[in-house]
Design a binder for this molecule. Structure first.
Ligand code: PLP
Length: 381
């Protein structure tokens, strides 16, 4: 067949990325060099935030935020079961307990009413995730946090460039917040992440903990607190600097491709598409995830797409039903019905800035045909 395979994700890399990385390489300043501060400053400029710390991954960023928020052993933290596993795992690193709350079926973000109903005397914080780049309902979580004296850490790892209805950038509302720079994200440094801190003091603590507990002025040999090696190398920061130059353009390209998908698939019977921007919130497109009709066998659909060279995957599984979480916390099916229904039917399609209109068309046609076939053939259950 002449048709080329279409991957799920593919980072956009160009001459500027090559130049910046090569320059960093030739400078011999491979870590804790000038590009770390440059990248932090440029990212802060993009977001309108002063206190940015670049770290080795989004998960490392979450871990440092949980510590800075003061989560302690036995604390309950309200979070969403529909997320990448690290938003719940980071709580376990500090022996806090993730208390899952069901999601809004429209935005797929943690439902503020479900969170309000789950608060107990042991609840210490809220960890909303801006899933698939759609802004979580922070105004509602801020009211709940005020009423019940809770901290907030935002997992914005999928949402760089998203904007709340009141015009604030996601991650820039004055809470601890995290971004992630894995290659499928809106911006990549290969591996990497960032913490947004609400104050210079908190940034100082984060910077110290990412670097083995050293203070900025303490030199290399003293350590005044427990720390980690969560540093981001200057090579990675160089990549990030080049990526930031065209972040706006890449985010626009993603939005254009999402619009093409919507146009191509709006007429497919039974298929649910990602929700449009509502109430003034503006999504930053991270992935394109559709919901298959309940009667369609998703594994068979993935195989059929693969036969046509199209990559797809179930996205995301419910965290509480992952085997580790089932075993550790005794979670069972039926606890979070909205999340479980979405997780059972969701399918991520190829999505990246260089995806072409004809590739979008190919995916839409393949999906339409296989759903048509599924409708006309009774499925064994
Ligand atoms: C990508 C991502 C992270 C961070 O992942 P890393 O691989 O550690 O960079 C955290 N939370 C969510 C929701 C993510 O999508």
């Amino acid at each position: 067949m002449s048709e080329e395979p279409i991957p799920l994700a593919r980072p956009k890399m160009g001459a500027r990325e090559e130049e910046e990385v090569l320059e960093a390489l030739r400078s011999r300043r491979l870590s804790l060099g000038p590009r770390l501060g440059d990248f932090e400053e440029a990212l802060g400029g993009y977001l309108g935030c002063s206190h940015v710390s670049a770290v080795s991954s989004g998960t490392a960023a979450l871990h440092l935020c949980i510590r800075a928020a003061g989560a302690a052993a036995g604390d309950e933290v309200l979070t969403t079961p529909f997320s990448f596993v690290s938003s719940a795992n980071c709580l376990l690193y500090e022996d806090a307990t993730p208390v899952f709350c069901d999601i809004d079926p429209h935005t797929l973000n943690m439902d503020p009413d479900a969170a309000a109903a789950a608060v107990t005397d042991r609840t210490s914080g809220l960890l909303p995730v801006h899933i698939f780049g759609y802004p979580a309902d922070l105004p509602a979580f801020e009211r709940l946090a005020r009423d019940r004296d809770l901290w907030i850490v935002e997992d914005a790892c999928e949402a760089l460039g998203a904007v709340h209805a009141d015009g604030t950038a996601v991650g820039a509302r004055g809470h601890l917040a995290t971004f992630g720079f894995y290659p499928n994200k809106q911006l990549t440094t290969g591996e990497g992440g960032a913490v947004i801190s609400p104050s210079a003091e908190i940034k100082e603590r984060i910077d110290s903990e990412r670097n083995q507990g050293r203070s900025p002025d303490m030199g290399w040999l003293d350590h005044d607190r427990l720390g980690f090696n969560y540093r981001l190398s200057d090579l990675a920061c160089a990549l990030g600097l080049a990526q930031l130059e065209r972040l706006g353009e890449m985010i626009e390209a993603r939005a254009r491709i999402a619009a093409l998908y919507e146009e191509a698939m709006a007429g497919i019977e039974g298929l649910e598409l990602p929700c449009p921007n509502g109430r003034g919130d503006r999504r930053s497109w991270f992935v394109y995830v559709v919901q298959l009709p309940p009667e369609v066998d998703r594994d068979a659909a993935i195989r059929a797409l693969r036969e046509r060279g199209i990559d797809s995957k179930p996205y995301l599984p419910a965290i509480h039903l992952l085997s580790f979480y089932r075993e550790r916390f005794g979670h069972r099916e039926g606890e979070f019905p909205v999340c479980e229904d979405v997780a059972r039917r969701s399918l991520a399609l190829p999505f990246f800035p260089d995806l072409s209109a004809s590739q979008v068309e190919r995916v839409a046609i393949a999906l339409a045909e296989l759903l048509e076939r599924a409708r006309s053939t009774p499925q064994p259950r």
